[in-house]
Design a protein around this ligand. Structure first.
Ligand code: RFL
Length: 392
């Protein structure tokens, strides 16, 4: 069997690459380790930033793949109980960011791809990559009934996340990893409880907390916690008590908790995002700490660049964009890493100073003060939120 591109992984990155390749009349096969039901339920990100909405729009896909609830682009920063609104409106024309939960995007991308005749194979086990530096790499996998299949292709898109096989198929030493552990833990909670009026980030001496809409009747909450905390340390009453205190809202409505997890905030970049004919896309190449909501959006950016580069190569025999793929992606990756790091440090240091100390607490408070009082600082923040304006 042979095709032009084998896409490994059917998350936001892989499904976007696949949809854009179909729209460009380029054959591809998507191999996903999990079942369709499993992938469709995985809940993580919640906002598709302005740049990514316009990217889907430019491919004529925005109405088909973006769902969710309306979003006016306003975030609430609550500092010691005092509310401040910040906007992502940078004055640019065109469609704006959408509140679209990751699983809704994944479900809609899956439906759109299959409706366009796309080839998507779930429950593909033991995927392995071969001859990546030759002209025709091969991808091997095992189907659910145990048959081993081999696909020959021109390019492999490694979209299988941080724990996938694509990056580990690259020989040691070919990529450099830049990693940062922020020394911060988060408890994340999903509940059937009313969403906030605006995505809400709260700073207080009790620690950072956040409340995000995930649907008309569902919310996601984040609570700063010790880096190695276990979710069992957080029974329901402790969660709601902590939210009431940290959000300074004793009347915050509770609801049944449907999921709770803890994780460490970390950032990671692999450079370059390419090895031979393998191109790494999204979390397979980089992890950004969740503050700022950039992880999924970066995956969508990489996917768009790769699809356009492959289109140039296949249709116009022009490999310029493929050659600069890694460099162009990494420029945005580091821009977003910096934004995310800045916001992570600011919103944690300004509250609980046990880890960073009183000097850093005052620096973080000064950064917040500047953001909330200087129109220029607010505009720069809006620009970073939209994801626009990285002139190429
Ligand atoms: P994904 O979503 O991990 O998809 C990878 C896919 O590859 C499959 N796979 C394999 N398939 C075949 N063979 C193998 N050997 C395979 N190994 C894995 C997997 O089953 C899966 O289907 O990566 P992708 O597509 O790069 O997308 C990246 C995003 O998922 C990620 O960046 C975001 O979820 C990060 N993130 C957030 N990003 C935002 O933009 N805004 C947010 O608000 C936001 N919140 C979050 C987040 C991540 C979180 N986690 C995971 C800690 C909140 C949380 C809690």
């Amino acid at each position: 069997e042979s095709t032009t591109v084998v896409v490994i992984g059917a998350g936001p990155a892989g499904l976007t690459v696949a949809n854009l390749l179909r729209r460009s009349d380029i054959d591809c096969v998507v191999l996903e380790r999990r079942s369709r039901e499993y992938v469709a339920q995985r809940q993580r990100a919640g906002i598709v930033e302005t740049r990514a909405v316009r990217m889907f729009d430019s491919w004529g896909l925005a109405d088909r793949v973006l769902g969710g609830i309306p979003y006016d682009g306003i975030l609430e920063l609550r500092v010691d109980g005092e509310s401040h609104l910040v906007s992502d409106n940078d004055g640019s024309e065109g469609p704006r960011a959408r509140l679209c939960p990751q699983q809704v995007l994944v479900q809609k991308l899956t439906t759109a791809y299959l409706a366009d005749g796309g080839d998507l194979r779930f429950e593909a086990a033991d995927v392995s990559l071969h001859d990546l530096t030759g002209d025709r790499p091969t991808v091997r996998y095992r189907t659910a009934d145990g048959t081993v299949r081999t696909i020959t292709c021109a390019f492999v898109a490694g979209c299988d996340g941080d724990h996938g096989i694509s990056r580990s198929a690259v020989p040691d030493g070919a990529l450099t990893a830049y990693a940062l552990d922020h020394g911060i833990g988060w408890l994340t909670v999903l509940a059937d409880a009313p969403p906030p009026a605006h995505p809400l980030l709260a700073v207080s001496p009790h620690g950072f907390a956040a409340h995000f809409p995930r649907g008309p009747h569902t919310s996601r909450y984040y609570l700063q916690c010790p880096p190695d905390d276990h979710p069992d340390a957080w029974p329901d009453t402790r969660i709601w008590d902590a939210l009431h205190t940290r959000l300074a809202d004793p009347a915050l409505p509770a609801g049944p908790i449907t999921d709770r997890e803890t994780f460490r905030l970390r950032s990671l970049v692999h450079d370059p995002m390419q090895y031979g004919r393998l191109y790494l896309v999204g979390d397979a190449a980089h992890i950004v700490s969740p503050m700022g909501g950039k992880g999924m959006n970066l995956a969508l950016y990489d996917a768009d660049l790769l699809a356009r580069a492959v289109r140039d190569s296949v249709h116009d025999h022009d490999d310029t964009a493929l050659r600069s793929y890694s460099q162009r992606c990494l420029r945005r990756v580091w821009n977003d890493q910096e934004f995310s790091h800045w916001l992570t440090r600011t919103l944690h240091d300004a509250g609980d100073d046990t880890d960073s100390g009183p000097f850093h607490r005052s620096l973080a408070r000064a950064r917040l003060d500047r953001l909330l009082t200087s129109p220029t600082a607010a505009h720069a923040f809006a620009e970073l939120m939209t994801g626009l304006d990285l002139a190429e």
